[in-house]
Design a binder for this molecule. Structure first.
Ligand code: HEM
Length: 534
């Protein structure tokens, strides 16, 4: 005899509740036996969610950070979260114990939206290792040097665009960073405007921003059946969005990859210069059975590189532009250094870098002042004890590079607390742009380099950091040598005041603000034109 429908419904309702109860009970017993890092006392099931000031959550978190210090523990609904607020603890855990701290949190939207192709979100395992190795071969510190002439050339092209059309400076920053990425990854030369491959990337990323928003991830984690609803049913729109996103991600993965394959067939010299071409040549030497796995990892590594570099590069340049407008004395001192070391008859090259310490400190301060990736989000793949505290397997680990705003384990919360770049003991007047903080009394650079934490830590540390650093340096030094940033003025010649606004979420970037960009007095088309012909 079959149970009645009511009985079956009762079982269906009771089963998940029992599972949640048993998991919470097990956790409760385990955590009673172990000393967790300090943190607010959680309620059963809900954790610390109710303790948060919902209107001004940062007040609660600021209080917690002040009370519990460099390492604290919160529970948000079912998720255990460890927050790291100092470089010292970040190094001790993410770097020195990277075997345990190199996993990523589960995000329910990744797979259905086609984003599992980005290995930056992949768990710590063999597939991630292979992607990372392919990436490393092209982008490690010595190998990335080969991109420098191309990066300088793209910086010169950007100057032409900035002088021609200063109003759309953000778009020129995006073009610069995407053209460097497309060259390094696929050997593809983008056109200055409306490039078809850049458009594919933009389309995929525009819809992809929905993927990592916490609300979506929580919705799908809680109600996975939404992806199975028939099209006519209320709530099925998420399924269509997931399909549209998957299609765009597939296009973004396949189209540039095919471009490189086709061009390699015609011109083998291409193989020396791009990540995909280099690795396709390596693949040729492999036996046929291992090729499909290799090719799939290569596509993932390439798409991840595009996604990793697209938003970050332009955001660094936006922060730099904001600093130059807001701190004209810094701009003057940087330009004076270039004029005295390089002169006014040519543009700077990488050979000048070591002789330009102030420019170096401007770059360091730009990375610190407005860090593009305000958090590094890891997860533990095993239990650990640190400083006498128990850190459980499966916890989300947030390295708070900056303080203002970030999502906690995609759990719909914004956390405001003290972070590495806003540590007043290390960086007095941390909100002020002050490159001098990285120089000693003799004008030499100090050992403090924000690149040590702004690119993350441990085995998940940004593998594109050497290329990113060179891109940012070439763009910044070329802009300082050729153009002047200042406040924009209205028709009556009055300065347009503004309050900078920033995007929130995984990336932190200042949005477009009124800004005037004009060529420096000695800059003429001949100087930039000659540089472009080099
Ligand atoms: C200024 C520019 C950039 C900044 C600030 C930045 C920052 C970061 C940060 C904070 C992470 C996470 C590290 C962690 O979890 O500990 C990361 C990961 C990553 N970045 Fe970057 N990045 C930049 C540019 C780039 C570029 C140009 C590329 C590609 C050429 C790239 C590719 C990646 C990839 C693939 C990952 C994932 C690594 C993994 O999970 O193993 N990034 N980046």
């Amino acid at each position: 005899m079959f149970p009645s429908v009511d009985a079956r419904l009762a079982v269906i309702a009771v089963l998940p509740a029992s599972l949640v109860f048993i998991t919470s009970l097990k956790r409760f017993i385990r955590n009673r036996q172990n000393k967790l890092p300090p943190g607010p006392v959680p309620l059963p099931l809900l954790g610390n969610v109710l303790s948060i000031d919902t209107k001004e959550p940062w007040l609660t978190y600021t209080k917690w950070a002040a009370a519990y210090g460099d390492l604290f523990f919160v529970r948000l609904l079912g998720q255990e979260v460890v927050v790291i607020n100092s470089q010292h603890v970040a190094k001790a855990l993410l770097d020195k114990r990277s075997r345990i701290y190199s996993d990523r949190p589960y995000i329910a939207t990744l797979e259905p939206f086609g984003w599992s192709v980005i290995f930056g979100f992949t768990g710590y395992g063999d597939e991630w290792r292979l992607c990372r190795r392919l990436f490393h071969q092209t982008f490690h510190t010595n190998s990335a040097v080969k991109f420098r002439p191309m990066q300088i050339k793209r910086a010169h092209e950007m100057i032409v665009n900035l002088i021609d059309d200063p109003e759309h400076y953000h778009s020129h920053f995006v073009t610069f960073s995407s053209s460097v990425a497309m060259s390094a990854i696929y050997g593809y030369q983008t056109s200055p405007r409306d490039d078809p491959l850049v458009r594919i990337v933009e389309n995929a990323l525009a819809i992809g921003n929905l993927v990592v928003i916490p609300e979506r991830a929580i919705l799908l984690k809680t109600f996975p059946f939404l992806l199975k609803l028939p099209d006519w049913c209320w709530g099925s729109s998420i399924k269509r969005e997931a399909q549209a996103s998957t299609n765009l991600m597939t296009e973004m993965t396949e189209v540039p990859f095919r471009y490189t394959q086709q061009h390699m067939a015609e011109d083998l010299a291409l193989g020396q210069f791009s990540m995909v071409a280099e690795n396709l040549q390596r693949m040729e030497k492999q036996d046929h059975t291992s090729r499909p796995l290799f090719e799939s990892a290569l596509k993932k590594a390439a798409t991840s590189a595009i996604v990793g570099s697209y938003e970050t590069g332009a955001s660094v340049l936006m922060a730099f532009a904001l600093a130059m407008v807001s701190y004209p004395d810094v701009q003057k001192r940087a330009q004076a250094e270039i004029d005295s070391v390089v002169g006014r008859d040519r543009l700077p090259t990488f050979e000048d870098r070591a002789s330009l310490p102030y420019i170096e400190s401007v770059l360091r301060e730009t990375l610190r002042w407005q860090p593009v990736a305000p958090i590094a989000l890891h997860a533990t793949s095993g239990d650990d004890i640190y400083d006498g505290y128990f850190i459980p397997k499966g916890a989300n680990v947030i390295c708070n590079i900056w303080s203002d705003t970030f999502c906690l384990g995609f759990e719909m919360l914004t956390l405001y607390c003290r972070g590495i770049t806003r540590d007043e003991k290390r960086y007095p007047n941390a909100s002020v742009f002050m490159p001098e903080r990285f120089m000693d009394a003799d004008g030499a650079l100090t050992d403090d380099d924000p690149a040590e934490y702004c690119f993350g830590l441990g085995r998940r540390r940004c593998p594109g950091r050497y290329a990113a650093d060179a891109s940012a340096w070439s763009a910044i030094v070329t802009m300082l040598a050729t153009v002047e940033f200042s406040f924009a003025k209205n028709d009556q010649g009055k300065v347009i005041e503004f309050t900078p606004e920033f995007t929130t979420g995984l990336f932190h970037s200042v949005t477009v603000f009124p800004c005037s960009i004009s060529p420096r007095s000695h800059v003429h088309s001949g100087l930039v034109g000659a540089a472009l012909r080099m």
